[in-house]
Design a protein around this ligand. Structure first.
Ligand code: C2E
Ligand code: CA
Ligand code: CA
Length: 619
């Protein structure tokens, strides 16, 4: 039962007090008129005592800060209060029904009928209240009529009996309707599990318990991995059936002491039982999560499909920690995302380090917004050299110098820029500055064969990208300079986007722009990309080059990439070249272009100019 159920009964207390204390005065007056004042006074005294009790119960009800146990105790007392106060109306009936000479018995009969109607309307939310109370009120009346021992007495007795049935039936119907609305307000339609509202309610209650006992509990946030793919590819009906199946399996694992709810989509949440010690709590949370993952991962048959799905679970331990309820859920959410980030199908326990990381991430995100405005983005250029050591090209690498954060690596800020969408603006700025530099260098006599710019996937898919590139090229470059540009792409393309990407690449190729597959060899479908995409160059990932001497496998990897490039007639660049041994190996295997710290770190445009013009100087 939830807040609404208890609050409804709570409201009825005051109404009942009013309906007892005020009319009660009338009964004392009648008692005084007809010489039954003493019993009437005693009766009213009892009504006052019951009312004081009721008033206390009314005041003691603080749903949000009560534990389940306290609520149960309160509800028990409340039941007895209602039994008592309605029974008192039967007492006045018994008292006045004998006063036939003064005709008080008519009043008594009406009182009893009235009280029954009141009971069936005020208390219809709770069967345990209205059924016994209507019987307590109406049964004496049927007996009373039967006791007249005349034909009309029997008829009235029968009527009273039927009336009792009608009242109970009416209350039952309203009760059914109410229970249905309660159910809908607290349950998820698809799976029949509790919904978010009810879960928050239960969590509140659990936190109240933990506050009063110093005990521990846990939250498990379960999110299915790649559920969206199933939904999108097989349809929502299959998705729904799968969700129902998953929820059934989780339901089988939870006990009475757990609270299981569906937060929405493919997210489920569980509140654990109470523990005295944090260690036990943590262990139980892990064990239970592992058990759940195992169950969820077993295959599903949703005709005609055989499906597999895994899940990521974030655990947050609950204690009397003084934080907002919603933060407990947020922390479990953070842990769950951490589980997703570290490869899915796993369990991660929240710790404060995560929130610090997130805070830092948010701070970087915030500052990145002002990076362009404050002129904090700088471009560096790393030379690319051929086997004769002549500089034939360069790669543009972005740098972010922030007052507060210092120098931030592009490996850190580019993903954030992609995530927030700033990459569009940032990428355009980098593109324009790079193109301007290419033009200036050309004027100064720096004749490069190629000029590489990193382009993020989010950027290339942006609707105005082709337009922007075309405008910039027309503004700053001629046709021959334009054809020196290489866009470096990293292999994070989703299969569905490949066709779209091919169209975009081909349009850009009409401007003369070429494409390079960056970090080649690290992605898992490298091979299929080079057969499908109109690529001109491969960049062997730094990790293969730097580990060339570590083992034969790396050597074999590099030679096979080089062979692959030959087969597909692609240029090849080795990046991260740091030692003469690496150069030797690469030279032997006919790797065209080299880039790395051995020759130069990424440097400013001025330094690049100096390096370029000094390379032919005789020593
Ligand atoms: P990347 O495209 O693979 O760039 C190569 C990275 O390796 C650069 O790191 C470069 O400084 C570093 N590097 C080059 N030679 C050596 C070497 O001999 N040894 C070692 N240890 N490292 C070497 P950086 O500049 O930190 O860039 C990191 C990544 O950030 C880049 O990886 C690229 O993916 C991304 N990035 C950089 N600038 C941009 C940009 O303007 N736009 C986009 N979209 N991404 C960028
Ligand atoms: Ca690159
Ligand atoms: Ca690379």
């Amino acid at each position: 039962m939830n807040n609404k159920f208890y609050s409804f009964l709570h409201q009825q207390i005051l109404l009942m007090l009013g309906l007892s204390l005020l009319p009660g005065l009338g009964y004392i007056f009648l008692g005084w008129l007809h010489n039954v004042i003493m019993p009437a006074l005693v009766w009213y005294g009892l009504v006052i005592i019951a009312s004081i009790w009721g008033y206390h119960l009314h005041k003691a009800f603080l749903y949000d800060s009560m534990t389940r146990n306290e609520l149960q105790q309160w509800y028990k007392k409340l039941k007895w209060f209602f039994y008592a106060i309605f029974s008192l109306w039967t007492v006045i009936f018994l008292l006045y029904s004998g006063e036939t000479v003064s005709k008080l018995h008519y009043i008594a009969i009406f009182t009893q009928l009235g009280a029954s109607v009141v009971a069936s309307t005020l208390l219809y939310s709770d069967k345990k209240l209205y059924i016994p109370i209507i019987i307590i009120l109406m049964l004496p009346l049927t007996v009373y009529f039967a006791g007249i021992q005349d034909w009309y007495g029997y008829v009235l007795s029968l009527f009273a009996y039927i009336f009792m049935g009608v009242l109970i039936h009416a209350a039952n119907s309203s009760n059914k309707l109410l229970l249905k609305t309660y159910y809908q307000a607290t349950h998820d339609q698809l799976t029949g599990l509790y919904n978010r509202n009810h879960f928050i309610d239960e969590l509140n209650k659990m936190i109240n318990v933990l506050k009063s006992t110093d005990h521990y509990s846990y939250l498990l946030l379960i999110d299915l991995d790649h559920f969206k793919t199933i939904n999108d590819s097989l349809g929502h009906d299959v998705g729904d059936s799968l969700l129902i199946e998953v929820s059934e399996r989780i339901k089988q694992q939870v006990s009475e002491q757990h609270t299981l709810a569906r937060l929405g989509g493919d997210e489920f949440i569980i509140i654990g039982p109470e523990f005295n010690h944090i260690k036990d709590c943590q262990k139980a949370a892990y064990d239970f999560s592992e058990q759940l993952l195992k169950k969820i991962k077993a295959s599903y048959i949703i005709p005609p499909h055989h499906l597999y799905i895994s899940a990521s679970i974030g655990i947050n331990l609950l204690s009397n920690k003084d934080i907002k309820i919603s933060n407990f859920v947020k922390e479990a959410d953070i842990a769950m995302y951490e589980a997703k980030a570290s490869g899915r199908d796993g369990i991660i326990l929240f710790n404060d380090e995560f929130s610090k990381q997130i805070e830092k991430h948010l701070e970087v995100e915030r500052l990145l917004h002002f990076a362009l405005e404050n002129d904090e983005i700088e471009l560096k250029f790393q030379p690319q050299q051929d086997q004769s050591k002549a500089i034939i090209g360069c790669e543009v690498l972005a740098r972010w110098n922030n007052k507060q954060l210092g120098s931030v690596s592009p490996a850190d800020f580019i993903p954030i820029a992609e995530h927030t969408g700033i990459i569009i603006e940032l990428g355009l700025y980098i593109l324009e500055e790079s193109i301007k530099t290419l033009n200036e260098w050309e004027k100064k006599g720096i004749a490069l064969k190629q000029f590489s710019i990193n382009i993020s996937m989010r950027q290339i898919f942006h609707h105005s990208f082709i337009n922007d590139v075309t405008t910039l090229c027309k503004k700053h470059l001629n046709q021959s300079l334009c054809s020196k540009i290489i866009f470096e792409l990293t292999e994070t393309i989703v299969a569905e986007d490949i066709e779209k990407l091919i169209i975009i690449m081909n349009k850009l190729k009409q401007l003369g722009i070429k494409f390079s597959m960056d970090d080649f060899g690290t992605g898992y479908s490298s091979l299929s990309y080079i057969t499908q995409l109109p690529i001109d160059e491969l960049k062997i990932d730094r990790s293969f080059v730097s580990n060339l001497n570590a083992n034969e496998q790396n050597k074999a990897m590099v030679t096979s990439i080089l062979n692959l490039a030959k087969t597909f007639k692609l240029n090849i660049v080795a990046e991260g070249v740091e030692t003469s041994e690496q150069i030797e190996f690469l030279a032997k295997n006919k790797c065209d272009i080299l880039q790395g710290y051995y020759f130069s770190k990424p440097i400013s445009s001025n330094d690049f100019e100096t390096l370029y013009f000094n390379q032919n100087l005789p020593f």
